[in-house]
Unconditional design. Structure first.
Length: 298
């Protein structure tokens, strides 16, 4: 990692190497390979990845991460919030306990539909929406008991995806959000404009760049999200249609000093190596290095 990047708190995520919680998503690289690739790129902080990908035993997890000099900043949990509140709370508490034991800071929560994957989502009525808000608040309180912040992640194929839903969540809940530049754009939200409008509500950032034409097809129902990812929906930072430079400038000028997590969601073909995702992540880092130099005085 270049010296200029030390002004940004950067972390990695296993999804950049194709590690996803969706069954059948793609070829799954082993954890040691992924952690080794992160460290080789100079990324010494990460989110956990899907439940069970890294060890669930805190001592085993800490030993594995220490072998690569990597710390944990948070973890993503997609859980059904609009029904079976007790199950949602139990899963969130289990994740929060592991994150806290690993020294993490943030639980990244998504309002899962209960369907497999992120290609379809049913509509919620007002009572189910209220349940999403209330259960998210309970999870926030449970995670806080472990010393963690909770943010809500607007995500394709969840119940907080489109711009109206993001705005409604921000109005109805006091949880901050994870500003994921890719998922927001696919869902029809300009992430830069959202960051400027709700700066004080941004608690965590996932950096993605997106091919706009593919995002349009997903949003218009002409292409499933999973297939779009396989076709290269996400590209290295600076090579797509998200104004990453403007986003970082806006966040830094507003005083954001949280994490920027590199997440270029990938789906690997059978027997694929780590070479392409690592190369893409390296290109993203070089692009961010240029941005960090340009915003050093902010």
């Amino acid at each position: 990692m270049t010296e200029s990047l030390h002004s940004l708190r950067l972390a990695a995520a296993p999804i950049s190497w194709g590690v996803c919680e969706v069954p059948g998503w793609g070829h799954l690289l082993d954890a040691r390979t992924v952690l080794s690739e992160m460290a080789a790129l100079g990324l010494f902080a990460t989110e956990l990845g899907p439940p069970g990908y890294l060890p669930r035993d805190p001592s085993e997890l800490r030993r594995l991460l220490a072998a690569f000099g990597i710390t944990v900043v948070g973890g993503f949990l997609a859980v059904v919030l609009h029904r079976d509140r007790h199950d949602a709370l139990a899963r969130a508490e289990e994740t929060a306990a592991l994150l806290a034991a690993a020294g993490a800071e943030v639980l990244v929560l998504a309002a899962a539909t209960g369907l497999g994957g992120y290609d379809d989502r049913p509509r919620l009525d007002d009572s189910h929406w209220r349940a999403v808000i209330d259960t998210a608040a309970e999870i926030r309180d449970a995670a806080a008991a472990y010393g963690l912040r909770t943010v809500l992640h607007p995500h394709v194929g969840t119940h907080v995806e489109r711009e109206a839903e993001v705005e409604r969540f921000l109005a109805d809940s006091d949880l901050d959000i994870c500003l994921d530049t890719g998922h927001l754009l696919v869902g029809g939200t300009d992430p830069v404009r959202l960051a400027r409008r709700h700066t004080e509500r941004i608690g965590h950032v996932h950096l993605k760049d997106v091919r706009g034409p593919l995002a349009d097809q997903v949003r218009g129902g002409k292409l499933e999200y999973s297939e779009a990812v396989r076709r290269g929906l996400y590209v290295p930072l600076g090579e797509g249609d998200v104004d990453i430079a403007a986003l970082v400038r806006s966040m830094r000028s507003a005083g954001y000093r949280g994490w920027y997590v590199l997440e270029q969601d990938a789906a690997l073909r059978p027997h694929a190596s780590a070479a392409k995702p690592s190369g893409d992540t390296g290109r993203s880092l070089r692009f961010l290095g240029d941005i960090a130099l340009a915003t050093a005085g902010i």
